[in-house]
Design a protein around this ligand. Sequence first.
Ligand code: PEP
Ligand code: MG
Length: 596
Amino acid sequence: MADTQTAASGSGRSRPERRFVGLGVSPGVARGNAFVRGEVFVEPDSYRVEGIDTDREIDRFHEALSATRKQIEGLQSEVAEAAGGRDASIFDAHLLVLEDRGVLDEVESIVRDERLNIEAAFYRTMGRYVERLRGIKDPYLRERVIDIEDVMRRVLRNLARAGEGAAEHSARHPHIVIAHALTPSDTVGMDRDLVLGFGTEVGSYTSHTAIIARSLGLPAVVGLHGFASAVHTGEELLLDGYNGVAIVDPSPETLAEYADLEKEKEEVELRLEGLREEESRTADGRPITLSANIEFEHEAAITKKSGARGIGLYRTEFFYLHGDAWPSEEQQARNYTRVAKGVHPDGVIIRTLDLGGDKLPQDAEDAGENPFLGYRGIRVSLGRPEVFKTQLRAILIASGKAKVRAMFPMVSTRAELRRAKELLAECAEELLREGVAHDPDLEVGVMIEVPSAAIVADQLAGEVDFFSIGTNDLIQYTMAVDRVNEKVSDLYQPLDPAVVRLIEMTVNAGHEAGIWVGVCGEMASDLYFTPLLVGLGLDEMSVSVRRVPAVKHAVRSLSYAECRAMALGLGGAGSPEEILARCRELALARYPELIS
Ligand code: PEP
Ligand code: MG
């Protein structure tokens, strides 16, 4: 729960700092000005204009529109220079709003027919659009409200000729984004050069928004209740992603404390960097492949530097979510090849599209009332074979040039897995006929993230080359807890005996069939859980790329025999607390420096 505290600075400052407590979901400390997304508008004055003045109002409108267009294009080229064309294309939607003939005509006729001033006419028209969009079920379209509001704010500001206000300044300079909520596509579009971190009022550790923040290396705090209305654009902020705290107007004492904390964290990181070349094996010699989860192509280089053995999960849907159109076979093949070559001689496990759940866009009517239980992952891919086959062909083409494996998400039955493999075989045959090189023995794995898949893991094991357990979803589906709904987050327990048993069943089924079993959910990045995962016999752990050194250190400090004995002794453990206590005991005994 969020909680507000104020503290007098003791240094004669007029404004005491204000602290808000939430949940840190991406580590790091950010300092900068707040940029509050969706801050409410001030409704413009409304008055009547007469005769020739209506023409003047419309002229003012066109001037404001062209000034807005220039500003957005300026922003677009700044972003293109700093981050590349794809990122800059997020502004295309903003520009389109300015060219929407329907909107422009409506505004002009209000001015002419009702003799209303332009600000009021524009505000009313846009307000209606926003209301209509808010009522639409499709979350992707609903999200366009943010773009429209952004454009609306700019046009009104230009009409008022307010020049560069606090919001404009913050948006163009490094800032900390504050919002009620952010979607994964909001986060994907964030520019690492401008966005220093983000704080939201709602959210959870395993939401894809948080996962992307970790990928981008942006400190993030969620669950800051009431924060978006308590802080204003332009205010000075300190965001502590380690401890889940946001501080408005931090005092000089607080800033000094944080400078010390950052130094301390940097020292730990520096020490861990020395492990890069070390092998990931337990103190008594059991090798555990440590690989990285990535969401963006540029992370291949970071993976290489982190000391990971390749990429254990490439979430390709973010590549899809980034642009407006589906990427072509060639674009995908090039992207996958570059990623794989980036981690040579290790490889990349390319997970096929996992759209749905909190990862949109997708077909509005297909999302259903319960998107996590609906049209998601392999279900979407099998429902749209033309899109799926394009991706499978691209993966196969990349496999002819570098080391790649394929993996299917959200599989709940053997029939789905078989159908996906059939389509893959069809693609391989096509490529053979076309004379396109590819790996004829492409390794194929399946994610075990739905309880039904874990329960029939013995049936699935004979069909694939490996299992990768997706604990983020396995926990939500086992416990019937929406992974992004903080109201039920107490029930989201990675160490619930039900979850632990399903992981154990999966590992055993995989090993009996002679295949390797990994875990790529966020659970593998949590150092409290490492003793359990090692003890359950996992062969691979794929973790958030920035966690690789710490997890490697934990693995190297543990003894497999000790972890195994602990895991086997859990048979009767009746609660997550009991299991956590045993894990914590081992973690504290073997790597206290990482835990405190
Ligand atoms: C998982 O469910 O654990 C997983 C790795 O996939 P995602 O987080 O993308 O759903
Ligand atoms: Mg998943």
